[in-house]
Design a binder for this molecule. Structure first.
Ligand code: SF4
Ligand code: SF4
Length: 91
């Protein structure tokens, strides 16, 4: 059985220069215990970098988990603009 990392490797993106993911208030992140976004995001988009969350939006799979997974609803989530974002491969 193939690993999830192998499957994700086949995913392709058309990357927009504008992010579709934003942290609403970084102070909330600094106080957030456990920083669960760094764990639940399957694409590892959220990275704790010394004193802030870095958002590597380019790799987002658009699963929507961070809309409900952040305990403080501190992530502003939108779909990427039309024509941009993840391009799923079928078959
Ligand atoms: S889970 Fe939410 S509040 Fe906590 S670090 Fe991540 S974005 Fe910030
Ligand atoms: S939508 Fe899914 S893949 Fe994209 S940042 Fe949120 S949890 Fe990660």
């Amino acid at each position: 059985m193939s690993k999830i990392e192998d499957k994700l490797y086949t995913t392709r993106y058309r990357v927009d220069h504008n992010t579709h993911l934003k942290i609403a208030d970084m102070e909330v992140c600094r106080k957030c215990e456990g920083k669960p976004c760094t764990i639940f995001c399957p694409a590892k988009v959220y990275i704790w970098d010394e004193d802030h969350i870095r958002v590597v939006y380019e790799g987002c799979l658009e699963c929507g988990s961070c809309r409900i997974g952040c305990p403080y609803f501190n992530i502003t989530w939108n779909f990427p603009r039309g024509g941009y974002g993840v391009q799923h491969k079928f078959g």
